[in-house]
Design a protein around this ligand. Structure first.
Ligand code: KIV
Ligand code: NA
Length: 265
């Protein structure tokens, strides 16, 4: 299998082939997503919500992200694996940011890291890039700043915030980021950014006029029933399928149907 590289992702944008990206947090899921042809696997800090049941992405630690990332890497043959740098591992101190990124790359075998923010974290991005580690940016709704925003609603609807986002996106490209995630912003703004930059723009709740799409895999598979924002398309109802299967199993155990003769030694 030909592996996906940052160079190929760049070429995909140039020839207008959309980039597919999904989150992954464990080995088994990664093997399925990778074999199904997903271009980029994101070990998102959404693991804090989806895997650990926290309210926000803030509590997950660097060690926990490395554990998830190393599991995903072991299940991946083709996809480009990006790991979210967790809250507190890169802001405000570029030496610590570099140390954190190097730990992720060394201990998990992943191919790049993602950081939330623009101008505020410029020094950290420069430092990490200088070590040869590919960096993906993340602008718009940045969940690590939830207590600054107060809500998970659409970002950059006002002119000032939209202007800052455009400048931040330009800055991230100039610094050398290989791609940017834009989360939950108006479609027209995302279009403007994708058209004005050379690097791939991956959207989540950012409309169709970008270079690729990302979703949280548990959301798009319908494992998580409660979360249903407008931008989410459900490709399966695994919640129902899994519930039915498990109920069936419980019933078979209770009724002594399982195991039968042929399932015993
Ligand atoms: O952590 C995550 O799942 C993400 C995506 C939603 C982009 O950052
Ligand atoms: Na994230």
């Amino acid at each position: 299998v030909k592996v996906v590289t940052t160079h190929q992702l760049h070429n995909m944008k140039e020839r207008g082939e959309k980039i597919s990206m999904l989150t992954a947090y464990d080995y088994s899921m990664a093997t399925i997503l990778d074999a199904a042809g997903v271009d980029v696997l994101l070990v998102g800090d959404s693991a804090s919500n989806v895997m650990a049941g926290h309210e926000t992405t803030l509590p997950i630690t660097l060690d926990q992200m490395i554990y998830h990332a190393s599991s995903v890497v072991r299940g991946t043959k083709r996809a480009f694996v990006v790991v979210d740098m967790p809250f507190g591992s890169y802001q405000g101190n570029s030496s610590e940011a570099l140390r954190s990124a190097i730990r992720i790359m060394k201990e998990s075998g992943a191919h790049g890291v993602k950081l939330e923010g623009g101008a505020e974290i410029k020094d950290s991005i420069v430092r990490i890039l200088s070590a040869g580690v590919p960096v993906m940016g993340h602008l718009g709704l940045t969940p690590q700043s939830i207590y600054k925003f107060g809500t998970y609603t659409v970002r950059a609807k006002e002119e000032a915030e939209a202007q800052k986002l455009i400048e931040d996106a330009q800055l991230l490209q100039e610094l050398g980021c290989f791609a940017i995630v834009l989360e939950k912003i108006p479609s027209e703004l995302a279009k403007k950014v994708a058209e004005s930059l050379n690097i791939p723009i991956i959207g989540i709740g950012a409309g169709p006029h970008v270079d690729g799409q990302v979703l949280v895999v548990h959301d798009m598979l319908g494992i998580n029933k409660e979360f249903k924002p407008r931008f989410l398309r459900r490709y399966a109802d695994l919640h129902a399928i899994m519930t039915e299967a498990v109920q069936h199993y419980v019933q078979d155990v209770k009724s002594k149907d399982f195991p039968n003769e042929s399932e015993a030694y």
